[in-house]
Structure formats: structure tokens, C-alpha cells
Write a protein that binds this ligand. Structure first.
Ligand code: GZL
Length: 312
């Protein structure tokens, strides 16, 4: 009868490959490209039909993508939210449609009952580790720092700034003299660093650069060299992500330290989703990934070789 039919269809839907919508920010950095590659690989491994939408770093495109996923009736939604605010309405719509949403690598200010879980790193700790490394490196020498911030209003930009300030707290010899967004890209990082160098006596007043990601640091390194200075010695360079190219710069003595951010956020996300959909297991609201400091002492050439094939 009907109940037998219902149970058969229930079983078949559980066994059927899931359709999951993924709203990705864009491809602004090497790290972002790696996250996309790994998400597609993880979906493939699990027989998930992944609907991929690239938002070119625009929030309205992400909101449009989520609305189209809801209209399609996908089984779940992954989103890396470009900024932290402005998501309540569309997350409410997903909740209305009973479609679980998982946040990847960035967080939102919305109430946490509007998403199943968030997979990401301790963004503040990353900034703190970077600040502590610089404090240790400069000792009590006066050090003026210029800062390349991530995308304005994004959780990494907010938290990595706060964390770095914690890391240098109590070291009054270290001062952030200039701070501006480079939008997580190499091009903008280079452009803003050029303006910092011009504003600071051609760079002679700059002791260190703190960049919220390696891509902006790599762009800035170019600008420092074009200004006739030696990145890594005249101006210390500390950043976050641990993408292959920062290890090439380290091996050349042009960068000093980076804090690793794993690009595999989708693996833990899909695992949490499976436990939830198969066994109604509610995941914690935050699934934290590990961060790790790398410096020139960590054989950067070998790390580069090991990382370069991983989808960056
Ligand atoms: C941080 C992530 C950041 C990376 C950047 O979790 O959102 O976005 O650090 C990327 O490379 O643009």
C-alpha cells in the first residue's frame, strides 16, 4: 500500500546521489582556487551532484545563487560568505524550504539557527600567531608595520586584524602606521603597497608588512622590489594561507612567515551533512580547522614541492 511506497521512495532518495548547491566567493586568491578544487573533489568522491556558482566576490550574486538553489530544491547548500552581514533574509528562505546550509571558511553575523554548521579556522588566532611571530622577530627594535587587510566587512579581515593587534599588544615598539584593504588579491596588494611605500619615504620608514593573505603579500613583494628594497630583510613579510607561492618567496628570502589555512573545508562539511541527513545528528555550530605557523626554518623549498600540486 501507500506506506510501503513511501518507505521505498524514502530509501531510494537516501541512496540517490545528493544534489548540493555551492555558492563560492570567486577565485580572488590561490587559496580560494584550492578550496574550489578540493570541494569538487570531495563531492566527486561522495557521488554528490555539486551545482557550482562563482559570485565574482559580489554578495548579491551569492544571494541570487542561493535563491536559485532553493528554487531547484537542492538537498543542501554550501556557501563561503564574502562578507559577514546581510544574510538573514536568504538564510530564512532556505530554512523555510528546509534546506540545510553550511558555511565554509568565513562566518556570518546571522543567528546560528539559520545555518547547520560553519567549517573554518580560528581567524583571530591566525592574526595573533602572525603578530607574535613579528614581536619575537623584532625584539625591542622600533618597528613600523603596514597592514594589507582582506575584503572589507569579511570575517577574516575583521578577525585577523584584531588577532594581530593582540599578538603585538604590550610591544609598544611595534606600531601599525598604515592599514588598508587589498581585497585578498595580488593586484590590489601590489597597488596598495606601492602607495604605502610612496607615503613612507620610499619604504625606509617601513619595518614590516602584515598581509591578511599570501596573495596580497606576493603582490606587495613585487612592489617592494620595484622600489629597490629587499623584501624579507629591509621589510619583513608575514601573512596567512600558506599557499605554494609564499614558500617560493620564503626560499628566495623574500618572505618570512605564513600561517597555514587548510583549503579542505568541504570534507568536514560533507561529513557533518551526511551524519545530519542520515542519522539526524546535529553537528556543533562551528567545526574548527587547524592553523600552523611556517617560517624560513621549515624548509620552504620542500613545502613548496609538497603543496604545489594540491589544486592551488
Ligand atoms: C579565510 C578565507 C580567505 C583566505 C583568502 O578563511 O576566507 O579568503 O585567507 C581568501 O586567501 O580570499
Amino acid at each position: 500500500g501507500a506506506s510501503l511506497l513511501a518507505s521505498v521512495s524514502l530509501l531510494s532518495s537516501a541512496a540517490m546521489a545528493q544534489t548540493i548547491g555551492f555558492s563560492q566567493i570567486g577565485s580572488e586568491s590561490g587559496w580560494r582556487a584550492a578550496e574550489t578544487t578540493l570541494t569538487k573533489m570531495e563531492a566527486e568522491k561522495r557521488g554528490i551532484d555539486l551545482k557550482f556558482a562563482d559570485a565574482q566576490q559580489k554578495q548579491e550574486n551569492q544571494i541570487k545563487a542561493l535563491r536559485s538553489f532553493i528554487a531547484q530544491g537542492v538537498d543542501a547548500i554550501l556557501i563561503a560568505p564574502v562578507v559577514a552581514t546581510g544574510w538573514d533574509a536568504v538564510l530564512e528562505e532556505a530554512k523555510e524550504a528546509e534546506i540545510p546550509v553550511i558555511l565554509l571558511d568565513r562566518q556570518v553575523d546571522s543567528k546560528d539557527d539559520l545555518y547547520l554548521t560553519a567549517v573554518g579556522s580560528d581567524l583571530e588566532l591566525e592574526g595573533k600567531v602572525a603578530g607574535e611571530w613579528l614581536a619575537k622577530d623584532v625584539g625591542d627594535k622600533p618597528c613600523n608595520v603596514v597592514e594589507l587587510q582582506g575584503t572589507t566587512g569579511s570575517s577574516p579581515a575583521i578577525k585577523r586584524k584584531a588577532g594581530f593587534e593582540q599578538g603585538i599588544a604590550g610591544h609598544d615598539n611595534i606600531k601599525i602606521t598604515r592599514s588598508q584593504t587589498g581585497d585578498f588579491t595580488r593586484a590590489k596588494g601590489k597597488e596598495v603597497m606601492e602607495s604605502f611605500l610612496k607615503a613612507e619615504g620610499g619604504g625606509k620608514n617601513i619595518c614590516a608588512l602584515y598581509a591578511h593573505n599570501d596573495d596580497m603579500a606576493v603582490g606587495a613583494i613585487q612592489a617592494i622590489k620595484e622600489a629597490g628594497l629587499k623584501p624579507g630583510t629591509d621589510i619583513k613579510v608575514v601573512s596567512i594561507d600558506a599557499v605554494p607561492d609564499i614558500f617560493q618567496a620564503m626560499a628566495a628570502g623574500e618572505a618570512n612567515a605564513t600561517v597555514e589555512l587548510t583549503p579542505n573545508m568541504a570534507g568536514p562539511a560533507f561529513d557533518a551533512l551526511k551524519a545530519y541527513m542520515d542519522d539526524k545528528k546535529e553537528p556543533p555550530k562551528f567545526i574548527q580547522t587547524e592553523s600552523k605557523l611556517y617560517t624560513q626554518a621549515d624548509d620552504p623549498k620542500a613545502v613548496y614541492e609538497q603543496k604545489k600540486g594540491l589544486g592551488y
